[in-house]
Design a protein around this ligand. Structure first.
Ligand code: ZN
Ligand code: ZN
Length: 410
């Protein structure tokens, strides 16, 4: 298989399988200017699948960095009205949204943390309604990886830029199963496995999970009544099936925001808005972070936790086996889409309402009452390794092994 064959198969997998583009669909693609050729290939594939129109929003990471450097805090915190209107315009048209991820993990390391924080909060507030609709799966959406040289050089510092980028693309094909003979068939089989795991977790309706690892992690995560574990594909409000992440190895749900206790250590670095946080722990009491520390990125973590009321609690718990394609590469991607799918993880901030039975029809207050956390942020970080054990405890005290030595026990 040549590089171009694999790239075509990957584009087809995203457009036809993940986003399920059909006659008359609108598609919005967000991606880096560096990926122009790939974006054009995606656009063509979408039109060939019957798309009515494709809208591309290019980003340029070097431009972003320059702007962050020179523009004032007030300027970077200003969100133009037309930007919000455009997002809502496509949401109202039931457009499907594709976001390509792949950027320099250290891009903003020299930019003052308060500027990044102010800008992030301003955009999260301005797009709160839009983001809520997205997290409610009103329309189909997908996040997929696309290699760019700055990212590739971080993953493979010893290779030259061209070799590194090619190697990263190969890994993107491999981890998304796009380089197999029949990627669609492979995804059907993979989906079946993920659905089997989520079904088991849903049928048992555990009261809480105990997560323990050799690094000292000892976390009790209470679950709300009627939680739903999701995995692989889901349905949007118009009845379209879609895959929100490619690759995806996780089954995930929401913890009860007031019932999280204990300590958790990260097992992979967290890249948050172009800055790395690593070697950190969070200590929880009654669902809130009451103590934390980080060897790398302490200020970034502090800012993140202080975003709002809900940023000190959790909105996601996800199980990912240690034996999975991404994890087996042994490579650290410095990109959450890949690293979170190589490890059990939890997320600070907002919970997906779809992880609660009937949650997509509840307002924020009802969701909170049921235990779903609300926040402007949703930031995943990795807590699993090959020593991770998880036990599920039911209302009647019955204990069932969920994870043994990093992998599913059932
Ligand atoms: Zn997740
Ligand atoms: Zn998440």
């Amino acid at each position: 298989m040549t590089f171009n064959d694999n790239l075509k198969k990957y584009a087809k997998l995203i457009i036809e399988k993940c986003l399920n583009i059909k006659e008359g669909d609108f598609l919005v693609i967000r991606g880096q200017a560096e990926n122009r050729e790939f974006i054009n290939l995606l656009t063509e594939t979408a039109f060939m699948s019957g798309a009515r129109d494709v809208k591309v929003n290019y980003r340029d990471e070097v431009f972003s960095k320059i702007r962050y450097k020179y523009a004032s805090l007030d300027t970077v915190s200003e969100v133009p009205e037309h930007f919000i209107m455009e997002q809502n315009f496509y949401m109202d048209k039931s457009a499907k949204f594709l976001s390509l991820t792949g950027e320099d993990p250290n891009l903003l390391k020299d930019i003052p943390a308060d500027k990044i924080k102010a800008s992030t909060i301003a955009f999260s507030k301005a797009l709160k309604d839009f983001n809520n609709r997205m997290m409610n799966s009103e329309n189909s959406w997908c996040v997929a990886g696309a290699a760019v040289p700055s990212w590739a050089k971080t993953v493979f510092p010893d290779l030259d830029e061209k070799e590194a980028t090619l190697k990263l693309w190969e890994l993107i094909f491999y981890t998304s199963r796009a380089d197999l003979e029949d990627p669609v068939a492979a995804w059907e089989k993979h989906t079946y496995t993920l659905k089997r795991h989520s079904k088991f977790l849903n049928q048992h309706q555990f009261d809480y999970f105990i997560i323990k690892s050799d690094n000292g992690t000892n976390l009790k995560v209470g679950m709300p009544k009627n939680y739903i574990f999701e995995g692989a594909s889901e349905y949007d409000s118009h009845g379209n099936e879609f895959i929100a992440n490619i690759p995806t190895e996780e089954v995930f749900s929401l913890p009860h925001k007031d019932r999280i206790d204990g300590i958790v250590y990260n097992t992979k670095p967290l890249n948050y808005n172009g800055a790395l946080i690593d070697d950190f722990y969070l200590r929880f009491k009654d669902g809130q972070v009451v103590d934390f520390d980080a060897t790398i990125g302490y200020e970034v973590l502090k800012n993140l936790l202080e975003t709002d009321e809900g940023s000190k609690s959790l909105g996601e718990i996800a199980f990912v086996p240690y034996d999975s394609p991404i994890s087996n590469t042994g490579i650290l991607f410095y990109n959450t889409l890949y690293d979170e799918n190589a490890s059990c993880h939890i997320a600070l901030g907002k919970a997906y309402p779809t992880c609660l039975k009937g949650g997509e029809d509840m307002d924020v207050e009802s969701l909170k009452k049921e235990g779903a956390n609300d926040s402007l942020i949703h930031v995943d970080f990795m807590i699993g390794d090959k020593t991770t054990n998880v036990i599920g405890v039911k209302d009647n005290g019955e204990k069932i092994d969920i994870f043994k030595d990093g992998n599913f026990a059932f």
